[in-house]
Design a protein. Structure first.
Length: 522
């Protein structure tokens, strides 16, 4: 199995001979900023698992990444075609930027993507906001992304990989103009059951956009099943359950489950770098000066992560089992997220109040039960915290995968930790050796924490060793996906008619005509 992005080069060239590799996502892998100190331009790598995972792949394969240019100095860094070569220290692929206005960000990104699709897919329809102006802007921005892709691949063969829920319509818009291209799409969040997804007034349009891909990938089989049921019932696709395909307007989309992972070596190396043991000792002296245990949680400040439920469980622990007061300290890294959305601002205030009340109730003069760190931490600092922590608690209420679980296991060099993993995180389907918890049952979670803290050392080590042996890496995920995509692309190419000899990519929309809905007002 591949252990390095360079290992995927021969596979990609075998599956997609003479095709250029193009990744399309909302978030970009590099941002250009103005340095306040010297007034010069500097390059920053935005935090995020998607960009950190795919950037090494693009560096190894070359090609292009199409993304929103979100940095304040991005426009000054590109050429006249909106391109810049990255990474700056060793340019190996092209970043093509798409520009978004203030209204685009508010309505396409914060609006339809994150106040409608995100809560809908995380089974929170009560938090969705249905606004026609959000949908109109979502369509418009998806067309802008599609136009950028089409400009870059004009007259060329390409394999185009769309990422996530921000770009559900873009594959159809590309397919309509270039039926010869091979397209794949990975949906990084849960895909809900039909009774939830049908609440979307635009469900049929979204499904048509996604079905234009040759391969549609999800984390879990249940998400793929949900998509196929929706495709059949809401879009009228013909579904072959044995072959795991959905056919619409003469085009067949392969649907599969590909559980994403992490760069295991990155966390293992960071967890045993020079000086880590000394830093672990300082962490223990700071947070557990009396020799007690330490728990860790790392989450975005998002209602899907179950932070209030986690803190309620911890409150039960210190209330029902007072022997753990001053003997168990919990460190929660809560990365700020989407603070412009009311639901997120309300959550942040609720979490602050909960932590303050728990600390006031159980804390002493020299001990604080919960330490709340509201910032993003780099991998090297996270790995040290993971290795130090005796318990890692993940309390997701609904999660596509949750890579923190895998980061913790990879960083457990000493093998002393216990992973408490929500039943509702996608990772629970793979990580069967973890201790599964129900975040809706705070008393039960408190009991699981107590059990983890009293588990004999030999059992902790044995359990962690089994989890580490079963852990697969990010490049295994890509290997599986490329194999499936290559097979789906070959089947689609055999079924579709050849391109027009004129080479006019925009003369005919063909069977994937987007005009029927692309100009319609909602």
């Amino acid at each position: 199995m591949p252990t390095d992005p360079k290992d995927l080069g021969p596979l990609f060239r075998e599956m997609f001979p003479d095709r250029r590799f193009v990744v399309v996502s909302n978030r970009e892998p590099y941002e250009h900023k103005w340095s306040q100190e010297v007034g010069e331009m500097e390059v920053r790598r935005p935090a995020g698992g998607l960009t950190s995972a795919l950037d090494p792949l693009l560096q190894a394969l070359g090609g292009m990444w199409v993304a929103w240019g979100s940095g304040e100095a991005d426009a000054a860094a590109v050429d006249s075609h909106h391109r810049v070569q990255v990474p700056p220290e060793n340019p190996s692929y092209t970043l093509r930027r798409v520009w978004l206005t203030h209204h685009d960000i508010h309505r396409y990104y914060l609006g339809f993507s994150n106040q409608f699709l995100w809560p809908l897919c995380h089974l929170r329809p009560d938090l969705t906001r249905v606004r026609s102006r959000y949908w109109e802007r979502y369509r418009r921005v998806n067309r802008r992304f599609a136009d950028a892709v089409l400009e870059e691949v004009q007259g060329k063969d390409a394999a185009i990989w769309f990422q996530d829920y921000h770009l559900a319509l873009a594959p159809l818009l590309v397919r309509a103009r270039r039926p010869d291209l091979t397209l794949a799409h990975f949906w990084h969040i849960p895909f809900p059951p039909i009774d939830i997804f049908r609440l979307a007034p635009q469900a049929g349009y979204l499904l048509r956009g996604m079905l234009a891909n040759d391969l549609m990938g999800f984390h879990l089989p249940i998400f793929a099943d949900n998509f196929l049921r929706c495709a059949k019932r809401l879009a009228g696709a013909e579904v072959d359950w044995e072959a795991r395909t959905a056919t619409l307007d003469g085009h067949t989309c392969q649907v599969g489950a590909f559980p994403i992972s992490i760069d295991i070596d990155q966390f293992r190396q960071a967890a045993q770098a020079d000086g880590v043991e000394e830093q672990m000792q300082r962490i223990r002296q700071r947070y557990a000066p009396k020799g007690g245990a330490i728990g860790i949680g790392v989450d975005r400040m998002d209602y899907s992560k179950g932070l209030p439920e986690k803190f309620k469980a911890l409150e039960f622990l210190w209330d029902r089992y007072p022997e753990y007061r001053e003997r168990f300290t919990f460190i929660q890294v809560a990365v700020p997220s989407r603070s412009d959305i009311e639901a997120y601002d309300d959550l942040s205030q609720k979490v602050d109040n909960q932590v303050r009340e728990i600390n006031e109730r159980f804390g002493t003069g020299d001990w604080r039960p919960i330490h709340l760190i509201k910032q993003s931490l780099p991998v090297d600092r996270l790995a040290i915290l993971y290795r130090t922590a005796d318990v890692c608690m993940i309390s997701s209420l609904q999660d596509g995968m949750n890579l923190v679980a895998k980061e913790y296991v990879a960083s457990q060099i000493d093998g002393n930790g216990v992973l408490l993993l929500s039943l509702f995180a996608g990772a629970a389907e793979e990580m069967t050796e973890a201790t599964h918890i129900n975040p809706y049952d705070p008393e039960g979670c408190a009991l699981r924490i107590r059990d983890a803290l009293t588990l004999p050392a030999e059992l902790r080590k044995a359990g962690m060793r089994r989890q580490q042996e079963a852990l697969t890496g990010i490049y295994d995920w890509m290997d599986d996906l490329f194999h499936a995509w290559g097979g789906a692309a070959a089947g689609s190419a055999a079924a579709r008619p050849p391109r027009a000899a004129s080479g006019d990519d925009f003369e005919n929309d063909g069977p994937f005509a987007a005009g029927a809905w692309a100009s319609e007002r909602t």
